[in-house]
Design a protein around this ligand. Structure first.
Ligand code: DGY
Length: 312
């Protein structure tokens, strides 16, 4: 008998990797869900919320295999206390996510999106050297909040741009300081000194609304905030007022809270913001590897073997 696995919309490339011994059930977290009652595992592809109450309605649940490294949408403590394993896909997406951090940083600094729109429009009639002057990236100061695996890849790339690199973590990472030439700073110092602030930390209770009104008020008026972490790391009301009043020069967001933002959200009206639909790890080889790791975690868990990449 195939094992029932509940998943939220898998692409054909991932479905093809699953053997005939797996029956995929469409994600259904309604009170009368038959899928929940049967599921032995979940594949969380598009970050559906998995909390204790949901797990309690899935009496056969053994494991959650998450497609992605961030597991903030899964209550891991609740999973642990119920003996449910959680696996994720760390490491394989660090380079792609760091590439996207730099892409957004450059796009916001150098008017790539506004420039594209203008260059396609009838308004572009001649080259004007005084037009769309952006902020210099090379030689500027970058502050990385969260020098983990992804943050370190960002630092490597920033070095190639001759940037001075500050970082903030819960503690100092002396090995990274030696290897990457980065300098530890308190969050406040980092915000005060940086021309670009890149958020590359996980979303936890500690990092929720980490960048709020006070933090934005410390940033330079010429600085740009880049968020490739999770939307909820930034207080969006505070960001909106900082951008509207030009308290900071701009923002580049790969993630928002909620995601997507309501279509009439005022942030979407601003001209000093660049926004992407959560594309951090959306690169061909990275996606393929994420799928492989998701399936390997799933298969191992269903066989009762240790998950190769286990969170809890
Ligand atoms: C991650 O890996 O956490 C990315 O946001 C995609 O899920």
């Amino acid at each position: 008998m195939p094992v029932p696995v509940m998943a939220d919309g898998l692409p054909p490339s991932l479905l093809d990797m699953l053997g005939p011994d797996i029956e995929i059930l469409e994600w259904d977290d309604s009170p009368t869900s038959a899928a929940l009652a049967r599921a032995v595992a979940f594949i969380t592809y598009g970050h559906p919320r998995v909390d204790g109450a949901l797990m309690d309605r899935a009496p056969n649940l053994k494991l959650v295999s998450n497609h992605g490294v961030g597991v903030d949408h899964i209550d891991c403590a609740a999973a642990k206390s119920r003996g449910v394993l959680v696996g994720n896909t760390p490491g394989c997406l660090d380079a792609a996510t760091a590439d996207m951090t730099m892409a957004l940083l450059l796009a916001a600094a150098r008017n790539v999106v506004a420039g594209d729109k203008f260059a396609r429009s009838a308004a572009f009639t001649h080259y004007d050297p005084a037009f769309m002057i952006g902020y210099e990236v090379s030689g500027s100061t970058l502050g990385i909040v969260g020098l983990g695996r992804i943050g370190k890849q960002v630092a490597k790339r920033a070095r190639a741009f001759d940037m001075k690199i500050l970082y903030h973590n819960r503690g100092r990472d002396e090995a990274a300081e030696k290897e990457l030439g980065v300098t530890y700073a308190s969050l406040d110092e980092l915000l005060k000194q940086s021309d670009f602030v890149a958020l590359n930390c996980p979303l936890t209770a500690e990092t929720t609304n980490l960048i709020s009104r006070r933090e934005l008020s410390l940033m330079k008026s010429t600085s740009i905030l880049v968020n490739v972490a999770r939307g909820a790391v930034v207080d969006h009301d505070a960001l909106l007022s900082a951008l509207k009043s030009r308290r900071i020069a701009g923002a580049a967001l790969d993630v928002t809270s909620p995601e997507p933002l309501p279509r009439d959200h005022p942030l979407l009206e601003l001209d000093n913001i660049v926004i992407a639909p959560h594309l951090g790890s959306a690169a061909n080889r990275t996606r393929r590897r994420m799928e492989e790791m998701t399936v390997q975690n799933l298969n191992a868990g269903l066989r009762g073997e240790p998950l190769p990449w286990r969170v809890v």
